[in-house]
Design a protein around this ligand. Structure first.
Ligand SMILES: [Zn+2]
Length: 213
């Protein structure tokens, strides 16, 4: 979070992660030295079970440089940084794809309000950067929560806004699907997405996350 404050006008030419001045030109938020320090975290704890999900893999912990990068992508709507992060996870996600051999790869849709305020889906640019081909199978309804709802209930309700595109329902039958998302926290989003996919006959659902909260 140091970075976000710095970027709010205090020091525009410094890296959000290490605070040092940029050498040369980068994508402008996190320096190449910091980006080059991003490596798959090992050993990751996979004891957490995710309902309906056959297997999953995570690139790193949502802290330090990785957290800064993901926050910058969202806060500054940086396509360049999303592409760059995609390059960084490229080998890791492709290794996993060799294990899982998915028939198709996809990512969650943003809710319409968020999409319009951000202008792009960062996961799409991340996958472009990682050179992973994808199919958009999800859409999102904006289920506005009643005002009095507690945060937790609000999140639960938001999860219900995920839907499959009707025109792809048949296509999903018998498919091994890999869903890629930025963060694994409670797992409620991926569980909802996996449930939707299995309910229309997908054979298996696997998941890949960039960070774990
Ligand atoms: Zn740095």
């Amino acid at each position: 979070m140091v970075g976000l404050l710095q970027h709010l006008g205090l020091a525009e030419d410094t890296c959000g992660a290490c605070g040092l001045k940029f050498k040369g030109s980068g994508q402008g938020f996190v320096c190449e030295d910091c980006l080059n320090r991003l490596k798959p975290y090992h050993p990751m704890d996979y004891s957490k079970r995710l309902l309906y999900v056959h297997s999953y893999r995570v690139f790193g912990l949502y802290e330090g440089i990785l957290r800064e990068v993901i926050q910058c992508i969202k806060f500054y709507r940086s396509k360049a940084l999303a592409l760059r992060l995609g390059q960084i996870i490229r080998n890791h996600i492709w290794e996993y794809m060799e294990d899982v051999r998915p028939d198709l790869i996809t990512f969650p849709s943003l809710n319409p309000r968020r999409f319009w305020s951000r202008g792009f889906n960062h996961m799409e640019y991340l996958l472009k950067g990682a050179e992973v081909p994808y199919v958009r199978v999800f859409k999102r309804l904006d289920l506005k929560p009643p005002l009095a709802m507690l945060k937790k209930e609000e999140r639960k309700r938001a999860v219900l806004g995920h839907r499959l595109k009707e025109e792809l329902l048949q296509y999903l039958e018998g498919k091994r699907v890999l869903v890629v998302d930025d963060l694994l926290t409670t797992g409620s989003t991926i569980e909802r997405l996996a449930y939707l996919l299995l309910s229309v006959g997908a054979e298996e659902v696997h998941a890949y996350f960039v960070g774990r909260g």
